[in-house]
Design a protein around this ligand. Sequence first.
Ligand code: ATP
Length: 235
Amino acid sequence: SLVKPALELRNLSAWYGESRALYDVSLDVKPGGVVSLLGRNGAGKTTIVKSIMGLMNRREGSVRFENRETIGLSPRKIALLGIGLVPEERGIFGTLTVQENLMLPPVVRDGGMTLERIFDLFPNVRARLTAAGNALSGGEQQMLAIARILRTGARAILLDEPTEGLAPVIVQQIRKTIESMKEMGFTILLVEQNFDFAARVSDAFVVIENGRVVDRLEGPLGSAEIESVRRFLSV
Ligand code: ATP
């Protein structure tokens, strides 16, 4: 393809102490593209997004964002380049209000989304401005977590299991949010257990097993591909 990827992983390996968790993972996310990492529990999906963010104490290979190498940079420097991680545990401040959470993004760089745009994207967040983080529903917490990362000015967003534990109607709202973010031009790497959800929002899929890439698929998927991925994930 002629389009240079926004996010380019080449032979990325990572370790927890002495224990190797990733083996030469290579993948691309095009500017404005949505790629899903699929795989069973413990496959290494979370480790990939943590490695991109610089959160593993040992990683090797190459992770380039908009042509800049990030291996060797701290998580803060990586965030300042324009990558944001919405972690599985969401990372919001439970005892602070929604408004305070929005005023305290993990980093601040140019181009952070204004509160007005945040409220357009997440009307529920506006409605809950004075509530404490830990008084929110799971879906509201997820939306606040995404909103805080959009406040940082990140252009590439790593979403770790955004739909986990949420009711189907809330999962639909998260889907609309991701579609809006895509329309706004954000580059998105998604970790998902919910394959039906991932299949609807993604342009491409990378299947992970034992810390390795074992398959790659371009969307939209045909029914035979959907069946074979579903069978693989449920074994
Ligand atoms: P899940 O959906 O369960 O989070 P995952 O695909 O995201 O699955 P990872 O969390 O990336 O998987 O885990 C990959 C491997 O790394 C697993 O074998 C796991 O046991 C191991 N691992 C994860 N976190 C740590 C840690 N802090 N210390 C040591 N090993 C870890």
